[in-house]
Design a binder for this molecule. Structure first.
Ligand code: PBG
Length: 332
């Protein structure tokens, strides 16, 4: 009698994994320099490149050096660079007026980059924390982070950045109503082509620790950011925030942090189908670098794998401190 069960596995899925060529044929996602947005730290002075202790491999650059870095990033095919200022403590005030000064560090860096590397998009961060004496993203009155007055200040900050030539505004403050107010402000001032990439689902995360050191805010922050950033336990709330920001006119949305929140990225992309980005934040970067420096993981492989996972989760791109290093590898 003939056996009724075939004497071989019905599906040999390993066939599609047998060589690099075959694996390439069936690969479902790709990672290219186009997927990267590079966050950089800018400080005052001239000719300065100084290391950030909590983020091995990451530096703070003076404006002239940022312009140079932008030229290199542009040559590597990185589409956008995102600016974060390290603000001198003497410029931090209760009214955060430095935030919308036309000649503040961020605005000078925007102009320098636009002049040196006109083809790379310049993204900015909109929140009051670099300029606030208490380290919060909004104004603090009697211990409360007040929403609407903060939004007014954020609009002023947005307009100053747009005037300086910013291509993409990145509100990271998590106040309510800010996207609509910024969009309206931009339209009224004739900046209808300036885009908004809202940090729509931004969690109150401990993974931002090294960043606060990089921008000189760790000592300054009083309390935590839990009344405006999201609870890491929530996911439906992320969808409500994304929907709200889209309705108010954001062009693109972001989930932050990245790797521990890939489930959120997936749900956002599947629900809305809009340009979706994730931020591989400072703590994620520092963990990979620390393990690599100890020889516990292969840093380069983990870096590439971590970024591919964002693509697999549905992201269109990733803000990553690894951007130039990755682009170099991807360009061969
Ligand atoms: C500030 C801001 C933060 C980050 C980006 N913009 C810190 C915070 O919200 O406290 C974190 C980025 C990182 O950790 O790499 N509004």
């Amino acid at each position: 009698m003939k056996p009724t069960v075939a004497p071989f596995p019905a599906a040999r899925l390993r066939r599609a994994r047998q060589t690099a060529a075959i694996r390439g044929m069936v690969r479902e996602n790709t990672l290219t320099p186009d997927d990267l947005i590079w966050p950089v730290f800018v400080r005052d002075g001239d000719g300065i490149v100084e290391p950030v202790a909590s983020m091995p491999g990451v530096v703070r650059r003076s404006v002239d050096k940022i312009a140079q870095a932008a030229i290199e990033a542009q040559a590597l095919g990185i589409p956008a660079i995102c600016l974060f200022p390290y603000t001198d403590p003497s410029l931090k005030t209760e009214d955060c007026a430095e935030a919308w000064k036309p000649d503040n560090l961020t605005n000078r860096a925007i102009r320098a980059i636009k002049q040196a590397a006109p083809d790379i998009a310049v993204m900015t961060d909109v929140a009051l924390d670099p300029y606030n004496i208490n380290g919060h993203d909004g104004y603090v009155v009697d211990g409360e982070i007040i929403n609407d007055a903060t939004v007014e200040a954020l609009v002023k900050m947005t307009l100053a950045q747009a005037e300086s030539g910013a291509d993409i505004i990145g509100p990271s403050d998590m106040m309510d109503g800010r996207i609509g107010a910024m969009r309206q402000g931009l339209e009224a001032a004739g900046h209808h082509n300036v885009m908004i990439l809202s940090y729509a689902a931004k969690y109150a995360s401990a993974f931002y620790g090294p960043f606060r050191d990089a921008v000189g805010a760790s000592g300054a922050l009083q309390g935590d950011k839990k009344t405006y950033q999201m609870d890491p336990a929530n996911t439906n709330e992320a969808l409500r925030l994304i929907e709200r920001d889209l309705n108010e006119g954001t062009d693109m949305v972001m989930v932050k942090p990245g790797m521990p929140y890939l489930d959120i990225c997936r749900r956002v992309k599947e629900t809305f189908g809009v340009p979706t980005f994730a931020y591989q934040v400072s703590g994620e970067y520092a963990m990979i670098q620390a393990a690599a420096q100890n020889g516990w993981i292969d840093g380069e492989k983990v870096m590439l794998e971590s970024l591919m996972c964002f693509k697999r989760a549905g992201c269109d791109g990733v803000l990553s401190y690894f951007a130039p290093e990755v682009a170099k590898i991807l360009n061969g």
